[in-house]
Design a protein around this ligand. Sequence first.
Ligand SMILES: Nc1ncnc2c1ncn2[C@@H]1O[C@H](COP(=O)(O)OP(=O)(O)OP(=O)(O)O)[C@@H](O)[C@H]1O
Ligand SMILES: [Mg+2]
Length: 582
Amino acid sequence: MIAYIKLFYDLVGPKLLVLLAVMQLAAIVEGFGISLILPIIQGDQGSESRLATIIDWGFDLISLTPNLTNTLVVLVVFFAIRGALLIAQSWYQSRVLARNLTGMRVGFATAIASAEYEYLSRQDTGVLSNVMSVEIERVNFALSQLLGLMVATTTAIVYIGIALLIAPVVTIFLAVLVLPIAVIMLFLNRLTSRASLQLTDGSNKQQSVFLEMLRNMKYLKSTGRSIPVVRRVVMESRRVGDAYRRLSFLQGATSYGLEPFIVLVLASVIYFFTEVRGANVLEILFLLFVFRTAAVNLVATQPAYRKFISATGSMRVYRELRSKLEDNKEPDSSSNPVPDFTSGVSLKNVTYIYPGQDAPSVNNLSLSIPAKSTVAFVGPSGSGKSTTANILASLLSPTSGEVLMGDQVYEDVNVEQLRENVGYVTQESVVFNASLKDNILLWQEEQIDQSRLDEVIAKTGLNKVRGTHQDDETLGDGGTALSGGERQRLSIARELYWESELLILDEATSSVDSMLEKQIDEVIKNQRGTKTIIVIAHRLSTVRDADVIFVFEDGKIAESGSFEELVKAGGLFSNMAKLQSF
Ligand SMILES: Nc1ncnc2c1ncn2[C@@H]1O[C@H](COP(=O)(O)OP(=O)(O)OP(=O)(O)O)[C@@H](O)[C@H]1O
Ligand SMILES: [Mg+2]
């Protein structure tokens, strides 16, 4: 409990204290107001109780006679103040809650964007998206419940205080009666907490299998293989339903189970007062009212507490994920020197082992790429080309060895600056569900170079897309409204529009027909000498003109040289070339 209050304090800050202070004040003012009823109903009889003495003392303090009119006026004033405080509290509370919700989401999205790629690539998108949309909402809901819980607790404590002032012995006697209830509650709360964690876990899994199903729907539908995948979604949904059922039942059962106890307690009070003490009927009625209010508030704490507990699973998952993202945050390199793009990039004895793997995917590899040269990576599938490109793009840090720009190692340069100068057509096309223009400009609205935009669209053969899609028409989730080759060309167009010093093209034209490929090769050729270009390709025609071709094999470079040199050498490359009829 304390840990969660601390979590909220971390999220909300000192505002939480302000909120609590206002609530406390409202409860105390209410207590004072209610206490004034006692002298009114007692009339001239007077009372021996400590509360009556305090009230007399209060009237003395503001120099008022405690007659009926004055008491009523003070009563009204107290409740007016309470009303104002509660309105202020609810205004402030909604603000705190809304800001907290936005703050958590912004923080989460930012933390993801600043985490290491290596860590992110291993995360389940279903889990991340579930936390972003569902779990964060539940954490905020828990916060609202916690606040409600605190209001009810404070009010109950104030009323118990009043009861103690009127009749201390009975109140303590009641407290003892209530003790077993507290023990049962504690047990039920533990069960609820466990069910809550199951619910969150289940929701995460459900979201992840559901997203997977959506992502692969085309394949699953066309091959009639959706049944086992749908079954997975059904299974996870059932598990979530089960946890939900348990949680709901625990919530309801406890509230209803509590009521008979409360009635028992109240009945005992009436019996004790009338039969044992023979006290003033009005005083008993008032005391009953005080007990009832305390009890109602205590009872009200239970559903709030249970709802709060039922979101503890979400809080735990959210907190763990946030701290993992924090642990895997990229180091801040903003104060490091800007990389020197006039010098080339090189790898020195670089080995890279993917987390959880035994064998290296890049094995003690050294290569040097002179500035503004055009080089090619070729080699069998799985030989480490994309991994090496990711290392050069500073997405992956080598397990051992050094990546250098000139004589600066990557760790010592301003990585943000480095990346701003990297253009990357990744092996998987990157298409946003936005218009063609936004896909290229990445929603930039100012300083748009319209002629450059028109030019890159024309050069990559995207004019047809422009003709068939309205200007503001979106291209579908992941570019479903485009053909495979169009998706690739769009990725190329984006990189041609944006300036870069190091351009990596990983299988950029693998889905493009030969005629268009020639045309795009021409465009890329025009870029030669203006920047460093790395072309990764299986089609060897694409790499014919490269200054140097690096032939990859099992994470190493088997051979390197110009096209003609390599063909002559009669090694792996010449074999590959023969198979592609060169
Ligand atoms: N995220 C990953 N986790 C674990 N292993 C990986 C991961 N990505 C790639 N690998 C492994 O690393 C090796 C090199 O992969 P890489 O993607 O660099 O190959 P490639 O040369 O680009 O192949 P292709 O021509 O098929 O694109 C492969 O054996 C692959 O299984
Ligand atoms: Mg690859």
